[in-house]
Design a protein around this ligand. Structure first.
Ligand SMILES: *Cc1c(COP(=O)(O)O)cnc(C)c1O
Length: 418
């Protein structure tokens, strides 16, 4: 991560001088363009600092409250509630924590099932097991790599309680069809919007559409605080219990609001609230959301334009964004013709100091996944895509020259294979 400590001194809210973090100018001076244009290393990801993070942290310290639920936590919640029109945004320590809370809110009984994609991060499925349920793995669509709603319908049984789709690469899954299915079978829907912050489906922010939505602010995502997340509680009937689970199973928040006269242990929760230090960092990122988004969109489009000829030649398949989705350009990926060419491309790029990477190893065939059912699960699209996918470098400070270098290397690799 690029950090720096130049910049003007400024008085914090209660007086002591604080140092403002490096702004974009210093960051430009420290790296980026020159190195990327030559043979310097192009990492896969590099978290961006807006320059306000250290200042905000200093303010949090000067407020003499670095535990949870102070000024910065409230501001982050309010930001998400206002900008994405979510019912109640509860800041938590990770998207994993948000997923665990969301599944706890489904009140699963032993044997209850939740349908998840196999092509996802482990937390989507492990949250289900932690709450006493069984994840059932669905296949994905080859165009978007999002959950295949037709397959989901085939998997619904009388033990199904919820659907838990993800929005891969920040492109919304078919939420209208998911919600219609949930209505028809009386199921809860939880959106794993870890990758979907500031993206939309049919004009609605991802994470705001279903009863529950889960966001990640891990440093590999678009807007970050190291480790962090939020649970969007869009169904008002779930808010009170969600607050209790987040606060170690106590009704402390109701007590603060004067709704009960003492606070006590009322449910089984855990410690899900983040520190004010994390939220202070995150608020700086939220405030720069528009410019950070614009830059990612530019880079994503630059990749698409530069690689279109390769796709026209049939050498690669590029991502598609359906017309009803507004992507947040979280990932730019390329599908190679087969697993061997994928592995070859990653190795070839690595030799040129460009760090590209594969993505999920399917959960259904993982050692843990195989323990879940005695019968082998067949998910042909998931297996095929997982073997052929390469994610290219994508981060705010990547330059156009960097994108050119990556695309030239991919093009040369494909030409050499012919
Ligand atoms: C990153 C990610 C997670 C986990 O997020 P954390 O904040 O690291 O817990 C969960 N699901 C998906 C789809 C992700 O991409």
């Amino acid at each position: 991560m690029t950090t720096g400590e130049s910049g003007a001194d400024e008085r914090g809210p209660s007086g002591p001088p604080v140092v403002i973090g490096a702004g974009p100018a210093l960051q430009a001076a420290l790296g980026g363009t020159a190195a990327e244009a030559g043979a310097g290393r192009i990492p896969f990801n590099k978290p961006y600092l807006t320059g306000r993070e250290l200042y905000n942290i200093a303010r949090a310290v000067s407020f003499e409250n670095i535990a949870g639920d102070g000024y910065f936590t409230q501001e982050c919640s309010r930001f998400l509630e206002t900008r994405f029109d979510v019912g109640r945004a509860l800041m938590v320590t990770s998207c994993t924590a948000a997923l665990e809370m969301a599944v706890m809110l489904c009140d699963l009984q032993p044997g209850d099932e939740i349908i998840v994609p196999s092509f996802t991060f482990v937390s989507t499925a492990s949250a289900v097991i932690r709450a006493g349920g069984t994840p059932v793995f669905a296949d994905i669509r080859p165009e978007t790599l999002n959950i295949d709603v037709d397959h989901v319908e085939q998997l619904i049984t009388d033990r199904t309680r919820a659907l838990l789709p993800i929005h891969y690469a920040g492109v919304g899954c078919e939420m209208d069809r998911v919600m219609a299915l949930a209505d028809a079978y009386d199921l809860v829907v939880i959106e794993d919007a870890a990758q979907g912050v500031n993206a939309a489906y049919r004009g609605q922010a991802l994470g705001s559409i279903a009863q529950l939505g889960c966001y990640s602010f891990h440093e590999t995502k678009n807007f970050v605080c190291g480790e962090g997340g939020a649970l969007a509680v869009n169904d008002p009937a779930l808010i009170e219990r969600a607050e209790i689970l987040r606060d170690k199973g106590t009704n402390r928040r109701q007590f603060w609001r004067g709704e009960v006269d003492k606070y006590t242990w009322v449910d089984l929760g855990s410690s899900f609230a983040p520190s004010e230090i994390s939220c202070a960092f995150l608020l700086a990122q939220f405030e720069a959301m528009d410019s950070m988004q614009d830059r990612r969109d530019q880079l994503w489009t630059a990749y698409l334009d530069r690689l279109k000829p390769l796709e026209a030649d049939g050498a690669v398949t590029l991502p598609t964004v359906p017309a009803d989705c507004r992507s947040n350009s979280h990932i730019f990926y390329v599908l190679m013709p087969d697993g061997r060419s994928r592995d070859g491309l990653i190795a070839d790029l690595a030799e040129q100091n460009i760090h590209a990477t594969f993505h999920y190893v399917p959960l259904h065939s993982s050692p843990m996944g195989r323990q879940l059912t005695p019968d082998p699960v067949e998910l042909p699209v998931t297996d095929d895509i997982a073997a052929r996918l390469v994610r290219l470098p994508m981060y705010y400070e990547l330059s156009e020259d960097g994108v050119d270098r990556v695309c030239s290397a991919v093009t040369a690799f494909c030409a050499a294979r012919r």
